[in-house]
Design a protein around this ligand. Structure first.
Ligand SMILES: Cc1cc2nc3c(=O)[nH]c(=O)nc-3n(C[C@H](O)[C@H](O)[C@H](O)COP(=O)(O)OP(=O)(O)OC[C@H]3O[C@@H](n4cnc5c(N)ncnc54)[C@H](O)[C@@H]3O)c2cc1C
Length: 256
């Protein structure tokens, strides 16, 4: 789907923050224009207004409540920017640029969502948009990392879990369960976001099973608008910018 949405710059008041797991936070802000425009799979570039940050930080939209003008994110603390985000309190202001990039195709009737770690964040918005039609296969290192299951419980039809240490669900990676699920589940699409090696492996299995696959890529990016070219990648159709032409791509375009 081409990125045709208008880009908005919006000062957003923080409504609140909640710790979901070690180093992982849910952040809700009041940004009614972006809430009205955002589609599943899109992201925003957040500017933290302490004066210490030149570059914005890209974060996927996890939910957009159009009625109340709230946009939400789930992020992991990685470095300086996300550490500053974790200190935000209700009433603080951030500046958002977005919604950016294209979104997931919402046309499928029974998709299988496959997510690893923070990759489940844009997939949550997608699952909500599919209104109970999607199943989810989620993977994480341990039980704490699949805190996502309680979030997806209300919106996905069936939830399958793998953990590296076997503390919950099937022991191993999502690729342990995927072939069986695709053989038995009559899925018309696989929609995946997570670490690159995982997405590549998932895309290969989906291809083998003849199921179309969309992937959502993450790359370091500067402007978020397609101007600085820092997130350019090689694809089957030449160079593409993850921020503008993606982050969602058909799998065969990027893993070829
Ligand atoms: C389209 C997109 C959507 C994303 N959605 C989410 C999400 O929903 N939840 C979440 O936890 N994380 C998400 N990320 C990753 C998130 O942007 C980085 O973790 C964050 O920018 C790290 O910033 P930092 O200052 O804390 O880390 P530092 O390592 O100090 O960052 C230094 C610089 O590198 C950039 N950078 C570092 N890691 C990444 C990365 N993985 N991707 C892109 N830029 C990076 C930063 O933006 C910053 O400019 C997304 C990234 C992209 C590209």
């Amino acid at each position: 789907m081409p990125d045709s949405t208008q880009k908005l710059l919006e000062d957003a008041k923080v409504k609140g923050q909640q710790r979901l797991a070690e180093g992982v936070y849910y952040l809700a802000v009041h940004a009614p224009k972006i809430a009205a425009a955002a589609r599943p799979g899109q992201f925003v570039d957040i500017r933290i207004l302490t004066g210490a940050f030149i570059l914005r930080r890209p974060v996927g939209v996890v939910a957009a409540d159009r009625e109340n003008g709230i946009v939400a994110f789930i992020y992991r603390v990685i470095g300086r920017g996300t550490r500053a985000m974790a200190k935000l309190k209700a009433g603080d202001t951030v500046n958002l640029l977005g919604p950016l990039g294209n979104g997931f195709s919402m046309e499928h009737k029974h998709p299988l969502i496959v997510g690893g770690g923070m990759g489940l964040s844009p997939l949550f918005f997608y699952a909500a948009g599919m209104k109970g039609k999607a199943d989810v296969l989620m993977g994480g290192r341990s039980e704490e990392e699949v805190f996502w299951r309680s979030l997806f419980a209300g919106i996905a039809k069936n939830i399958h879990i793998t953990t590296d240490d076997g503390s919950v669900g099937t022991k191993g990676f999502v690729t342990e369960l995927l072939p069986k699920l695709l053989s038995e589940g009559s899925y018309d699409a696989v929609v995946v976001c997570g670490p690159d090696p995982m997405m590549k492996a998932v895309a290969a299995i989906a291809k083998e099973k003849g199921t179309p696959c969309q992937v959502s890529l993450e790359r370091r990016m500067g402007c978020g608008l397609g101007a600085c070219l820092s997130c350019s990648i090689d694809t089957a159709h030449g160079r593409r910018k993850v921020c503008k032409d993606g982050p969602v791509f058909p799998a065969e375009e990027v893993f070829f």
